[in-house]
Write a protein that binds this ligand. Structure first.
Ligand SMILES: NC(=O)c1ccc[n+]([C@@H]2O[C@H](COP(=O)([O-])OP(=O)(O)OC[C@H]3O[C@@H](n4cnc5c(N)ncnc54)[C@H](OP(=O)(O)O)[C@@H]3O)[C@@H](O)[C@H]2O)c1
Length: 285
């Protein structure tokens, strides 16, 4: 029986990955901040509280580690870098020490023009990895019940007016949570290294996606185009004054940094079909 370590096992993607590897017959160790609170048949919980409180023992017999833990909530930029960069380096060191393959869940937001701390930090971590021995997976926007997708849908359902920054023309590539898990499992089983984009090849633009998501939820909000260059300084000023806001400057920079990432050859290499965004939305209740 093969053994896998998955960090961020309490999260949306980490938990789904634990389930898929468990069902495929792997022994799964799930890294969580409070192991005593997790009772599930899908993984054996162990402590993984980044940056440095990580139990070593699961790594000793593990064949592979998928690093899905990442904080998107931070008080200061320094805290974010400590958890994400220092924390990832710590997990990577354990993998190297125990001869365990390292898989990093990055993002399509990781690219040279990224303005957001999220995209730049993901890219910085990618650049520290070895493409000959590690695997980097860049998922598109993940559709499923959890994380950013659920928050976006809830926000749309609760709004009559929705600002569309820069007209919402930025490209959006998605992947259904089930397709992502099967994609990662197939890539791990084929021992692929280097970088893979796990996202539909065509995609759409943010405006079309948001409209159809709202319609699918029975809502017809008013979409108003707003220039992000004008909005960003106001949002930053409001953050400085600690005023409550519906979105952060980090969110806005993330939306400005949407780029198209070619994925066709990676999908062929892994051999998993990825649903289109419309097919994925049609599976959502
Ligand atoms: N969702 C998407 O659309 C998407 C797209 C591309 C890439 N990704 C990447 O996929 C990964 C998982 O994302 P997700 O959507 O599943 O997010 P999520 O539901 O917020 O999961 C994040 C996980 O990281 C854990 N974590 C946060 N801070 C930690 C710390 N200091 N120490 C240890 N664990 C910590 C969380 O644990 P707690 O439960 O204890 O907070 C949680 O298990 C992330 O790396 C994300 O960047 C996501």
């Amino acid at each position: 029986m093969k053994t896998i370590v998955i960090t961020g096992a309490s999260g949306f993607i980490g938990m789904a990955l634990c389930r898929v590897f468990h069902e495929a017959g792997w022994r799964v160790f799930g890294g969580v901040r409070e192991p005593e609170r997790h009772h599930t048949k899908f993984f054996h919980p162990f402590r993984c509280d980044l940056p440095d409180s990580v139990s070593q023992s699961p790594f000793q017999d593990a064949d592979v580690c998928i690093h899905a833990a990442w904080t998107m909530i931070w008080r200061t930029r320094r805290d974010a870098l400590r958890t994400n960069i220092k924390g990832t380096a710590h997990v990577l060191r354990l993998c190297r020490k125990h001869g365990c393959r390292f898989v990093f869940l990055s993002s399509c937001s990781a690219h040279n023009q990224a303005e957001s701390l999220y995209g730049r930090t993901k890219l910085a971590v990618e650049q520290r990895l070895d493409p000959a021995r590690d695997l980097i997976v860049r998922p598109g926007f993940v559709i499923g019940n959890g994380s950013v997708f659920s928050r976006m849908r809830d926000a749309l359902v609760g709004s009559r007016i929705v600002p569309l920054f820069d007209g919402g023309h930025g490209p959006l590539q998605t992947i259904h949570i089930d397709d992502l898990c099967h994609f990662v499992r197939a890539a791990v089983q084929k021992k692929i290294t280097g970088r893979l984009v796990a996202a539909e090849a065509e995609g759409t633009c943010l405006r079309t996606f948001l409209r159809e998501l709202a319609h699918a939820s029975g809502r017809r909000p008013l979409f108003i185009p707003v220039p992000s260059a004008i909005t960003l300084p106001f949002v930053q000023l409001a953050e400085f004054a600690r005023l409550p806001l519906p979105l952060s400057s980090e969110n806005l920079k993330g939306l400005r940094g949407l780029v198209y990432q070619p994925s066709r050859s990676d999908i062929r290499r892994v051999g998993i079909r990825i649903r289109s965004w419309r097919e994925s939305l049609s599976t959502m209740p």
